[in-house]
Design a protein around this ligand. Structure first.
Ligand code: ADP
Ligand code: AMP
Length: 219
């Protein structure tokens, strides 16, 4: 089963994916998280991706497609895709790759939200380098300020690309290159579930899960 989560940076894709994978027993595949692990591990891919990520630009399609194709295979085709596809080329390659594997996309969720809201979400985002849990300075505070609830004693960190300048660039990139992916899917006759993401985390989750249950479990 393959679920795709679309939406601008800071829309809440990672936050919602963690809840979707719990409900449907799938693997969460975040292209951004995978790239950050590659960087931390100092791999060739991580080195090639670094300058694009730090500038808020997209990493070249060929690198991303190879990386995600490997990750989907490893997940045995049962996954929630977060941050991928981000271009129409990536979307059509994903279709081709899934078809080759006898698989296809079961549901596409698009988190809809204004740039003005996501700016605050991204600047306030803090995450745990040990377990990947994501918090927010105002909307999702840890129990002890600055420390992960699960990994006691682990300080939360801010992503290097979560600064106002890079956020502006990432939003520009989203509007110029990624928003067209929604049109790619609807143009191909696919059903894209638009969800208002400017609501409390639980309200957004409830709508997504309810819709996925009727869409997927009814199949
Ligand atoms: P994305 O994966 O789309 O970039 P995240 O899931 O990392 O976004 O969320 C960005 C930030 O916004 C995080 O700090 C997260 O805790 C917070 N957040 C996510 N969803 C909501 C929401 N519905 N309301 C308020 N804050 C949210
Ligand atoms: P994210 O964690 O989704 O906010 O992604 C962080 C950064 O990783 C982006 O700003 C891009 O530089 C890069 N990236 C993540 N996913 C992709 C993708 N599908 N295509 C190209 N670049 C990506």
């Amino acid at each position: 089963m393959v679920i795709v989560l679309l939406g601008p940076p800071g829309a809440g894709k990672g936050t919602q994916c963690k809840r979707i994978v719990d409900r449907f027993k799938l693997t969460h595949l975040s292209s951004g998280d995978i790239l950050r692990s590659e960087r931390t591990a100092g791999t060739e891919l991580g080195k090639k991706a670094q300058s694009f990520m730090d500038a808020g630009k997209l990493v070249p399609d060929d690198l991303i497609i190879a990386m995600m194709s490997g990750a989907i295979t490893k997940a045995k085709g049962n996954c929630v895709l977060d941050g991928f596809p981000r271009t129409v080329v990536q979307a059509s390659e994903l279709d081709r790759e899934l078809e080759r594997k006898g698989n296809s996309i079961d549901a596409i969720v698009n988190l809809v939200i204004d740039d003005s809201v996501v700016e605050n979400r991204i600047t306030g985002r803090r995450s745990c380098p040990a377990c990947g849990a994501v918090y927010h300075l105002e909307s999702l505070k840890p129990k002890v300020d600055g420390f992960c609830d699960k990994c006691k004693g682990q300080s939360l960190t801010q992503r290097v690309d979560d600064t106002p300048d890079v956020i502006r660039e990432r939003l520009k990139t989203y509007h110029q290159q990624t928003s067209a992916v929604v049109g790619y899917y609807t143009g191909a006759g696919g059903e894209v579930l638009d969800v208002d993401a400017d609501r409390a985390i639980d309200a957004v989750t409830a709508e997504i899960i309810k819709n996925l249950e009727s869409l997927i479990l009814a199949k």
